[in-house]
Design a protein around this ligand. Structure first.
Ligand SMILES: C[S@@+](CC[C@H](N)C(=O)[O-])C[C@H]1O[C@@H](n2cnc3c(N)ncnc32)[C@H](O)[C@@H]1O
Length: 258
C-alpha cells in the first residue's frame, strides 16, 4: 500500500530541494505583480514560500494530495490557503496569474492532458512554470531499478518505474506551443556535494525510492533493498579524495505565457 509522504524526511535536504524553485521563480518574466498564484504539489509549502518571497503581496493557494504535507503547510504557514486534492482532477474554480509546480508532475500520468488543464487555470498573460527532475536518466534511478528487477524483489517492485511519467523537452515544447505563447525551456545539472553514499540513499528514500519501499512491508526488507542500492551506487558516484561524493541531479524547467 502507498504510504503518505514524510515532510520531516523530505525537508532534511531542504536547501538542495528548494534551489530549483528559486531558479524557476527568478526566471518568470511578468510585467506586473501576480494577484494570485497556484502552487500545484506544494508539499510542506517550501516551494510556495519561494514564490511569495518574490511577490509578497500576492495571494497563494497550495494544492497537494498528501494529508501529511498539507497538515505541515497549514501548521507552518497558517495565513496561506492549503487544499488537499489530487492535481489530476482538481478544479480551482478561478484563474491564476502564476501556476507553479516544482518537482511534482513526474508523479502524475498523462502529461499532455495535465498541462492542458494547468494552462486552462491561467489568467490572460499568466505564466505556467514547471520543474521536473530527470530522475530516470540518473545512475541512481538505474541502480534502484536494477535492484527492483532482482530475484528477491522482482515480483513486488519490478513495475515501479512505470509509476513515474517523463518526456523529453520536444514533447513539452509541442504541448505548450499548442496552448501558450513565448516558451522557455532549459535544463540544469545540480552537483550536490554529499557527505557519503548513504546520504544519497537517504535523500531518495522519501521521494524517488518511496514507491519501491512502499511495496515492502517489512522494515528489514526495506533495509536490505536500500543496502543493495547502496552497493550499486558506490561505483556510479566515486568518492572524491576528501571523502565527499558528488551527486549530480539533472532537472528540466519550462515556462510558458498565455
Ligand atoms: C517532491 S514533492 C515537491 C514539493 C514542493 N513542491 C517542493 O518544491 O519541494 C512532490 C509533491 O507532489 C505531491 N503530489 C504527487 N502527486 C500528486 C497529485 N496527483 N496531486 C497532488 N499532489 C501530488 C506529493 O504529495 C508531494 O508533496
Amino acid at each position: 500500500m502507498e504510504s503518505d509522504w514524510n515532510p520531516d524526511l523530505y525537508l532534511k535536504f531542504r536547501n538542495e530541494r528548494t534551489q530549483p524553485s528559486i531558479d524557476l521563480v527568478n526566471r518568470i518574466n511578468l510585467t506586473h505583480s501576480p494577484e494570485n498564484i497556484l502552487d500545484i504539489g506544494c508539499g510542506p509549502g517550501n516551494s510556495s514560500q519561494i514564490v511569495l518571497q518574490r511577490w509578497p503581496r500576492s495571494k497563494l493557494r497550495g494544492v497537494d494530495h498528501s494529508p501529511n504535507m498539507i497538515e505541515k503547510a497549514n501548521k507552518d504557514f497558517p495565513d496561506q490557503e492549503w487544499i488537499l486534492a489530487d492535481a489530476a482532477h482538481y478544479e480551482p474554480g478561478t484563474t491564476f496569474d502564476v501556476v507553479f509546480s516544482n518537482a511534482t508532475i513526474q508523479w502524475i500520468p498523462n502529461h499532455r492532458d495535465l498541462i492542458y488543464r494547468f494552462c486552462s487555470f491561467l489568467s490572460e498573460n499568466g505564466a505556467l512554470a514547471v520543474q521536473l527532475p530527470k530522475f530516470h536518466d540518473m545512475p541512481l534511478a538505474k541502480a534502484i531499478d536494477c535492484v527492483a528487477h532482482r530475484g528477491r524483489w522482482k515480483s513486488r517492485t519490478g513495475d515501479c518505474s512505470s509509476l513515474f511519467t517523463y518526456h523529453d523537452h520536444r514533447f513539452y515544447y509541442d504541448v505548450l506551443a499548442s496552448r501558450l505563447r513565448l516558451i522557455d525551456i532549459w535544463e540544469t545539472d545540480y552537483i550536490h556535494i554529499m557527505p557519503s553514499h548513504s546520504s544519497i540513499v537517504e535523500w531518495i528514500r522519501s521521494t524517488g525510492m518511496k514507491p519501491y519501499l512502499d511495496r515492502l512491508t517489512d522494515e528489514n526488507e526495506k533495509h536490505d533493498f536500500e543496502q543493495e542500492v547502496l552497493g550499486f551506487i558506490r561505483s556510479d558516484y566515486p568518492l572524491q579524495p576528501n571523502g565527499r561524493v558528488l551527486f549530480s541531479f539533472k532537472r528540466m524547467f519550462f515556462i510558458g505565457y498565455k
